[in-house]
Design a protein. Sequence first.
Length: 114
Amino acid sequence: QVQLVESGGGLVQPGGSLRLSCAASGSIVGINMMGWYRQAPGKQRELVALITRAGFTNYASSMKGRVTISRDNAKNMVYLQMNSLKPEDTAVYYCYVNTVSAYWGQGTQVTVSS
Protein backbone atom coordinates (compact mmCIF):
# COMPACT_ATOMS: atom_id res chain seq x y z
CA GLN A 1 0.00 0.00 0.00
CA VAL A 2 1.02 3.56 -0.73
CA GLN A 3 -0.34 6.58 1.11
CA LEU A 4 -0.37 9.98 -0.54
CA VAL A 5 -0.92 13.30 1.19
CA GLU A 6 -1.35 16.45 -0.84
CA SER A 7 -0.94 20.02 0.34
CA GLY A 8 -0.74 23.50 -1.09
CA GLY A 9 -4.19 24.05 -2.54
CA GLY A 10 -6.28 27.10 -1.84
CA LEU A 11 -7.88 30.21 -3.25
CA VAL A 12 -5.89 32.30 -5.69
CA GLN A 13 -6.73 35.18 -7.98
CA PRO A 14 -6.57 34.80 -11.76
CA GLY A 15 -2.99 35.14 -12.90
CA GLY A 16 -1.69 33.92 -9.58
CA SER A 17 0.47 30.96 -8.67
CA LEU A 18 0.26 27.92 -6.42
CA ARG A 19 2.62 25.10 -5.60
CA LEU A 20 1.14 21.72 -4.76
CA SER A 21 3.09 19.08 -2.89
CA CYS A 22 2.48 15.38 -2.41
CA ALA A 23 4.24 13.10 0.04
CA ALA A 24 4.28 9.37 -0.59
CA SER A 25 4.75 6.82 2.17
CA GLY A 26 4.23 3.12 2.71
CA SER A 27 5.28 0.53 0.12
CA ILE A 28 7.10 3.10 -1.96
CA VAL A 29 9.95 1.01 -3.31
CA GLY A 30 9.88 0.99 -7.06
CA ILE A 31 7.72 4.03 -7.72
CA ASN A 32 8.24 5.01 -11.32
CA MET A 33 5.45 7.29 -12.39
CA MET A 34 4.22 10.16 -10.21
CA GLY A 35 1.92 12.90 -11.24
CA TRP A 36 -1.14 15.07 -10.90
CA TYR A 37 -4.67 14.83 -12.20
CA ARG A 38 -7.59 17.17 -11.62
CA GLN A 39 -11.36 16.98 -11.58
CA ALA A 40 -13.63 19.96 -11.98
CA PRO A 41 -17.29 19.85 -10.91
CA GLY A 42 -19.34 17.88 -13.41
CA LYS A 43 -16.29 16.81 -15.40
CA GLN A 44 -14.17 13.72 -15.65
CA ARG A 45 -10.80 13.46 -13.97
CA GLU A 46 -8.09 14.56 -16.38
CA LEU A 47 -4.32 14.49 -16.59
CA VAL A 48 -2.34 17.55 -15.56
CA ALA A 49 1.25 16.26 -15.58
CA LEU A 50 3.31 13.12 -15.10
CA ILE A 51 6.98 12.55 -14.29
CA THR A 52 9.03 9.38 -14.33
CA ARG A 53 11.70 8.47 -11.82
CA ALA A 54 14.31 9.50 -14.38
CA GLY A 55 12.68 12.89 -14.79
CA PHE A 56 10.86 12.52 -18.07
CA THR A 57 7.70 14.63 -18.08
CA ASN A 58 4.36 14.76 -19.85
CA TYR A 59 1.96 17.69 -19.64
CA ALA A 60 -1.65 18.19 -20.61
CA SER A 61 -1.84 20.58 -23.54
CA SER A 62 -4.25 22.84 -21.63
CA MET A 63 -1.64 23.54 -18.99
CA LYS A 64 1.61 23.27 -20.92
CA GLY A 65 3.78 26.31 -20.34
CA ARG A 66 1.94 27.22 -17.16
CA VAL A 67 2.83 24.27 -14.94
CA THR A 68 6.04 22.52 -13.98
CA ILE A 69 6.14 19.11 -12.36
CA SER A 70 9.13 17.99 -10.34
CA ARG A 71 9.99 15.28 -7.85
CA ASP A 72 12.44 14.48 -5.11
CA ASN A 73 13.12 10.76 -5.21
CA ALA A 74 15.02 10.81 -1.93
CA LYS A 75 12.03 12.34 -0.13
CA ASN A 76 9.36 10.55 -2.18
CA MET A 77 7.77 13.86 -3.00
CA VAL A 78 6.20 15.22 -6.15
CA TYR A 79 5.45 18.89 -6.76
CA LEU A 80 3.33 20.92 -9.16
CA GLN A 81 4.15 24.57 -9.71
CA MET A 82 1.21 26.31 -11.36
CA ASN A 83 1.48 29.83 -12.77
CA SER A 84 -0.84 32.16 -14.66
CA LEU A 85 -3.81 30.38 -13.19
CA LYS A 86 -7.21 30.79 -14.80
CA PRO A 87 -10.73 30.35 -13.40
CA GLU A 88 -11.06 27.21 -15.54
CA ASP A 89 -8.19 25.67 -13.57
CA THR A 90 -10.52 25.46 -10.57
CA ALA A 91 -10.71 21.80 -9.59
CA VAL A 92 -9.73 19.22 -7.04
CA TYR A 93 -6.15 18.21 -7.78
CA TYR A 94 -5.14 14.62 -7.08
CA CYS A 95 -1.70 13.20 -6.59
CA TYR A 96 -1.09 9.97 -8.50
CA VAL A 97 1.55 7.29 -8.06
CA ASN A 98 2.06 4.09 -10.00
CA THR A 99 4.08 1.14 -8.78
CA VAL A 100 2.51 -2.19 -9.61
CA SER A 101 -0.82 -0.54 -8.86
CA ALA A 102 -2.19 2.98 -9.13
CA TYR A 103 -2.69 5.05 -5.99
CA TRP A 104 -4.47 8.35 -5.48
CA GLY A 105 -4.34 11.02 -2.83
CA GLN A 106 -7.43 12.45 -1.21
CA GLY A 107 -7.26 15.59 -3.34
CA THR A 108 -6.64 19.25 -2.65
CA GLN A 109 -8.98 22.01 -3.77
CA VAL A 110 -7.66 24.74 -6.04
CA THR A 111 -10.01 27.67 -6.61
CA VAL A 112 -9.10 30.44 -9.02
CA SER A 113 -11.39 33.40 -8.52
CA SER A 114 -11.33 37.14 -8.02
